[in-house]
Design a binder for this molecule. Structure first.
Ligand SMILES: O=C(O)[C@@H](O)C(=O)CO
Ligand SMILES: [Mg+2]
Length: 255
């Protein structure tokens, strides 16, 4: 079974951010994601990760703002300079944290102009950072209306056009269910492109296994595919984080 990481933007947020690393470790996670590390001191985050023996698995490009700001600029033709500045900042933070992946968000847009802009920006970014692993993630339109990267076939088209080994798919099972209603089928079609997996129950985005996704079958398919990457828990705990963690013990026990 792949290794589990905790998304510290959503999990353990009963605690101050620097205490979440050790709490995730105690709970059995081996790595963490932090979607928005930009308002935090990178040195302190790095120290907290090292002290608790956690790998930093993923950060997002700035801004994006969980509280409702713009969700990236990669597909916004008028904001190409902004995209490049933000990407340079993401690279600096990813390097400081030894983060494994950087998720590049498209922002809002539609049609050929947005697609061509995203392809051009990703070509630039993959060449600018050949040793970084970059990802794009289809995100459902219910949660982010107008978001450009909202479909797996579109993601495949963009990945094929960029054609860079350091760019892959971020497969969030929650979004896959919300977009296609068929997580397994979507994995079968696109699993070979995946650099990083995230999970949550759907609908509701609470603990995995709460909701309609058959995670036992999904994990089985992931194992059979030979996927060697991380699986990050990115959900809103129904009550406290600790109270909802039995899903992970069950999956580890099933190994
Ligand atoms: O699924 C999500 O919402 C995230 O992975 C994300 O990056 C949005 O900011
Ligand atoms: Mg996600």
């Amino acid at each position: 079974m792949a290794r589990f990481a905790a998304n510290l933007t959503l999990l353990f947020n009963e605690l101050p951010i620097l205490d979440r690393f050790a709490a995730a470790r105690r709970a059995g996670f081996q790595g963490v994601e932090i979607l928005f590390p930009y308002d935090l001191a990178a040195g302190e985050l790095r120290q907290a990760a090292r002290k608790s023996g956690m790998d930093v698995v993923l950060i997002n490009c700035p801004p994006p703002n969980w509280a409702g700001g713009p969700r990236g600029f990669a597909a916004v033709p008028s904001l190409q300079d902004r995209f490049r500045r933000d990407f340079e900042r993401a690279l600096r933070v990813a390097e400081a944290l030894s983060a494994r992946h950087i998720h590049i968000m498209s922002g809002k847009g539609e049609g050929p102009a947005a697609r061509d802009c995203m392809i051009a920006n990703l070509k630039w970014a993959t060449a600018r950072a050949p040793h970084a692993s970059l990802t794009i993630e289809p995100i459902n339109q219910h949660d982010m209306p107008g978001y450009f990267m909202c479909d797996y076939d579109l993601a495949a088209e963009v990945l094929d056009a960029v054609d860079a080994p350091n760019l892959g798919l971020q497969f969030d099972a929650y979004h896959a269910h919300m977009i296609t209603g068929d997580v397994l089928g979507t994995w079968q079609a696109h699993g070979h492109r995946v650099h990083h997996i995230q999970i949550a129950g759907a609908p509701g985005r609470h603990e995995p296994r709460e909701g309609d996704i058959d995670f036992a079958a999904f994990f089985h398919a992931v194992d059979n595919s030979g996927y060697q990457g991380w699986v990050s828990a990115e959900y809103s705990p129904r009550t406290t984080t600790e109270a909802g963690l039995r899903w992970m013990a069950a999956d580890i026990a099933a190994e």
